[in-house]
Design a binder for this molecule. Structure first.
Ligand SMILES: *[C@@H]1O[C@H](CO)[C@@H](O)[C@H](O)[C@H]1NC(C)=O
Ligand SMILES: *[C@@H]1O[C@H](CO)[C@@H](O)[C@H](O)[C@H]1NC(C)=O
Ligand SMILES: *[C@@H]1O[C@H](CO)[C@@H](O)[C@H](O)[C@H]1NC(C)=O
Ligand SMILES: *[C@@H]1O[C@H](CO)[C@@H](O)[C@H](O)[C@H]1NC(C)=O
Ligand SMILES: *[C@@H]1O[C@H](CO)[C@@H](O)[C@H](O)[C@H]1NC(C)=O
Ligand SMILES: *[C@@H]1O[C@H](CO)[C@@H](O)[C@H](O)[C@H]1NC(C)=O
Ligand SMILES: *[C@@H]1O[C@H](CO)[C@@H](O)[C@H](O)[C@H]1NC(C)=O
Ligand SMILES: *[C@@H]1O[C@H](CO)[C@@H](O)[C@H](O)[C@H]1NC(C)=O
Ligand SMILES: *[C@@H]1O[C@H](CO)[C@@H](O)[C@H](O)[C@H]1NC(C)=O
Ligand SMILES: *[C@@H]1O[C@H](CO)[C@@H](O)[C@H](O)[C@H]1NC(C)=O
Length: 439
């Protein structure tokens, strides 16, 4: 195997295509991850129905952060929304045909957002009013649900005449989700609080939305850098990992930040305002192999925010490494193994401890968080050679981060670059294998 071939633009390009096209169809570490919208018709009205819509985020490590979700759909006929509880349509539309009672929304394609906390009690229902922020299932299943109620008019009034809404959309808060068609499912059964009686929806339909990183943004949004105790060279993030630097859209340094307008004004889609760096990413994850004990080894993880416009609340970090099956201690982060496949216990999610470091602050002196891990060695597999001690994949907030090229990994002083060829080969073989599996 010729060493230089892997540094060639062709192979880099191939590497890129393999990494980022796969993200489109399928999330390897969360294969069933989705957000489900369930519409339960709880009563019929003279001209329509009252429905409770429940959004459940079944994704293990991708939450919906502030400024929250926006759900949209297109009515099949001439339906209107008379009223809503726990959420609101962003526009009313043209209700000029109505004289006495004016609907809440007359738009053909309404867009609905959650209420902020602190709305009057008579406008709330259970699981509403969190500003559209929804936790991931892996982090907190009890906060992974968001609900609202709406009263629909000018629609069918039996389960035979109702026409299901079409073309559902979900912003969470940015693009990235695509939603299935609504599908009629067996009616939901609701137990009463005392558990002694069950009631049932008149009719229920479900919509499933799945995430694709390719749809969400043209460029990746985070990168990985590396270092180790056995080699003083720091392997930086790849240049242009998240697109190339554009001096007109990045901030040169902390000291210049005061002069920038529009700072601390989060935009609806969280468009970042980043510090100028070679990698151009809003987030950098650094993996440092810190110590090598007899039975254990120690890693330090640091996450740095380069985005001046965003505090990342409820952040998550996912890593894949074969030794995570024997993680012994995690300092200052919470950890939970991810087990999408029974055969492998090699990936897990890290997230912040409430009231301590569950917010990754905006870029600047406080814009970083750190943790250390202790892993127990399996003497048959452990090695510092060939980049083994570094993660295979890293995700921040559910988006896959760009790894350094295999040839750039820190290597042991006494090992010739030969070993790195082995590594390149291993990596390329791995990706070709994946190619066969996923295409
Ligand atoms: C959505 O996620 C749930 C929970 O993981 C799973 O049971 C369901 O099959 C998923 N639905 C789809 C359409 O993937
Ligand atoms: C509609 O209601 C009838 C009974 O009124 C029931 O037999 C039927 O299964 C329902 N259909 C759907 C799609 O829920
Ligand atoms: C739904 O979207 C499809 C494709 O985007 C479009 O062809 C269709 O007209 C839309 N339906 C409605 C009711 O808007
Ligand atoms: C509909 O969605 C709910 C979650 O809100 C889920 O429990 C249920 O299994 C879904 N039904 C089907 C048939 O997918
Ligand atoms: C830099 O950003 C500006 C404004 O967004 C854009 O017009 C220009 O094309 C960008 N340049 C490059 C090289 O991406
Ligand atoms: C951006 O600015 C840096 C110095 O601040 C300069 O070295 C670099 O060439 C500039 N890049 C572009 C695309 O203008
Ligand atoms: C981040 O949080 C801090 C403290 O709560 C606040 O002062 C700052 O304005 C927030 N930044 C953004 C971009 O929202
Ligand atoms: C996976 O590894 C963790 C330690 O990181 C361990 O606590 C857990 O029991 C393992 N689970 C399985 C199913 O092997
Ligand atoms: C941890 O490593 C030991 C070998 O050092 C191995 O026997 C054991 O199965 C590992 N634990 C798990 C949960 O895989
Ligand atoms: C450390 O690793 C780098 C590659 O990241 C390599 O160029 C350098 O020679 C290594 N240092 C030693 C002392 O081997």
């Amino acid at each position: 195997m010729d060493f230089d071939r892997f540094s060639s633009p062709f192979f880099s390009a191939l590497f890129f295509i393999l990494v980022f096209s796969r993200a489109e169809a399928y999330d390897y570490l969360d294969p069933t991850g989705n957000i489900t919208l369930k519409w339960d018709v709880i009563s019929w009205t003279p001209d329509g129905y009252v429905a409770v819509v429940t959004m459940t985020n079944f994704q293990m490590y991708r939450h919906i952060m502030s400024p929250g979700w926006t759900v949209g759909w297109t009515w099949a006929k001439k339906e209107v929304i008379w009223s809503m509880v726990g959420a609101q349509a962003t526009g009313q539309g043209d209700c000029s045909k109505f004289r006495m009672n004016i609907p809440h929304c007359c738009m053909k394609s309404p867009a609905v957002v959650d209420m902020l906390s602190g709305v009057p009690y008579n406008q709330q229902i259970a699981n509403c009013c969190k500003g559209g922020v929804v936790s991931s299932w892996g982090q907190d299943p009890s906060a992974a649900v968001s609900s609202f109620q709406l009263s629909v008019g000018r629609s069918g009034t039996t389960n035979k005449t109702v026409r299901l809404p079409k073309n559902f959309t979900l912003l969470g808060p940015g693009r990235g989700y695509s939603c299935s068609q609504a599908k009629i499912v067996p009616p939901t059964v609701f137990p009463t609080p005392d558990g002694r009686r069950k009631t049932q929806a008149m009719m229920t339909w479900n919509v499933t939305c799945t995430y694709s990183q390719m749809l969400a943004s043209r460029n990746p949004t985070c990168c990985v850098s590396m270092s180790s105790f056995y080699n003083s060279t720091i392997t930086p993030c790849r240049s242009c990992a998240c697109g190339c630097q554009n001096n007109s859209t990045c901030v040169p340094s902390d000291s210049m930040i005061q002069s920038v307008v529009g700072l601390k004004t989060p935009t609806k889609d969280n468009t970042p305002l980043v510090q100028c760096t070679k990698h151009n990413c809003p987030i950098r994850v650094h993996w440092h192999v810190k110590l090598n004990y007899k039975e254990y080894w120690r890693v330090k993880i640091s996450i740095t925010n380069f985005n001046y416009r965003l505090n990342y609340t409820q952040w998550t970090l996912v890593a894949q490494h074969p030794n995570l099956n024997n993680i012994t201690q995690v300092f200052s982060f919470a950890y939970k193994p991810l087990l999408p496949y029974k055969s492998a216990n090699d990936s897990g999610m890290f997230y912040g401890v409430k009231f301590f470091n569950d917010i990754l602050m905006e870029a600047g002196p406080d814009g970083n968080i750190q943790s250390e891990l202790i892993l127990q060695k399996d003497k048959n597999t452990f090695t510092l050679n060939k980049g083994w001690a570094f993660p295979r994949k890293v995700y921040f907030n559910g988006d896959e981060c760009v790894m350094p090229l295999p040839d750039d990994y820190p290597y042991l002083p006494n090992s010739a670059p030969k070993n790195v060829i082995g590594l390149s080969f291993l990596f390329s073989a791995f990706f070709v294998l994946e190619l066969l599996v996923f295409w």
